[in-house]
Design a protein. Structure first.
Length: 296
């Protein structure tokens, strides 16, 4: 008998899409007893072939659970549908389904009302990064800190863990904030490739390397913005102020026009910078534009 295997926390996993299946494989590979359920039973077959036990219903899977019950479903509505009517008393629910902060808070209350402990997670990885620590993927967790501590070891198997507080909405807030920043970055990349689009003699691969390196270096500006937001002094340590950048924006727009590129992905942010300068804050860095979006 493999005593090493039986000492590992049993994991129950509801949802075997691309991400759920990757998570399940990681727990099996690390020797955790794994019970799985999926709405479409056929999708459980690969994990059952690798050693998981398939439960006939979600209720049966939850009833048998002695360790964390992990949910990795499409959205919050599918979590509600799956757990509807199931006895959750005394269960440790860990919801890795992508949701909004408000949905996570509401789901935490919903679970607590049903006698369960609740932890919400936001996965910062794609399935091929799961179970490969060197890939750098991790999961934001928030909610019940005791629950996080109790299952920390099992939760760290598929990807790194970053606990961001007791408010159950904070994992989703971190997740969505990072994805939102990424969306802005993708908009910038799209614009940059459109700019060089007409130039047939330019090497796209070489340009892409230069672009990725530049974005990597510039992304460090987030640290300076955070320091300014903390201190409330938006002119401290500024090397490129808004007045200079707003003037340079004219050059960016003129080049877009010359290359027949729609500047629509850039102009909303340029307008924000212009407004802050118009308020008399041309000597500030980018921190001054944050408040113009609201959210304070
Ligand atoms: P998939 O689309 O591959 O799988 C969706 C899963 O949700 C399936 O198990 C599906 O069951 C189930 N499902 C959908 N609706 C319902 C419902 N009403 N009731 C019960 N089960 C339902 O998605 P992923 O596995 O890729 O993603 C799962 C979660 O992980 C999502 O919240 C996603 O945002 C998150 N995530 C995914 C990443 C990725 O790159 N894939 C990255 C980071 C987070 P069925 O098989 O029966 O359709």
């Amino acid at each position: 008998m493999n005593t090493h295997t039986t000492s590992k926390t049993p994991v129950t996993l509801l949802g075997l899409g691309d991400m759920g299946t990757a998570l399940g494989r990681a727990w099996l590979a690390a020797g955790h007893p794994l019970t799985v359920w999926n709405r479409t039973p056929k999708r459980a077959e690969p994990l059952v072939g690798a050693g998981a036990r398939a439960a006939g219903t979600a209720a049966e899977a939850v009833a048998a659970a002695t360790g964390p019950v992990i949910l990795c479903l499409l959205d919050d509505a599918s979590v509600g549908e799956t757990l509807d009517g199931i006895d959750l008393r005394g269960k440790d629910i860990v919801n890795l389904t992508t949701n909004t902060p408000a949905e996570a808070q509401q789901r935490a209350r919903w679970a607590e009302e049903r006698g369960a402990r609740f932890l919400d997670g936001g996965i910062m990885a794609v399935p091929p990064m799961i179970g490969r620590p060197e890939a750098g993927g991790y999961v934001f967790y928030s909610g019940d800190p005791a629950l996080f501590e109790r299952h920390r070891e099992a939760l760290a198997v598929p990807a790194g863990t970053t606990f961001v507080g007791e408010d159950p909405g904070h994992a989703a807030l971190h997740d969505i904030a990072l994805l939102s920043a990424m969306t802005g970055m993708f908009a910038g990349i799209t614009h940059a490739f459109a700019l060089i689009g007409p130039e047939k003699d330019l090497d796209r691969a070489r340009f892409a390397t230069l672009l990725a390196e530049w974005l990597g270096a510039m992304s460090r500006s987030a640290l300076g913005i955070a320091a300014q937001l903390e201190s409330g002094n938006y002119t401290e340590g500024v090397t490129s102020n808004l007045a200079m950048m707003t003037a340079a924006n004219g050059t960016l727009l003129a080049t877009a026009r010359d290359q027949s590129v729609d500047p629509g992905l850039l102009t909303p942010y340029m307008e924000l910078m212009r407004r802050r300068v118009a308020q008399g804050h041309g000597d500030e860095g980018l921190a001054g534009t944050v408040g113009l979006l609201g959210g304070e």
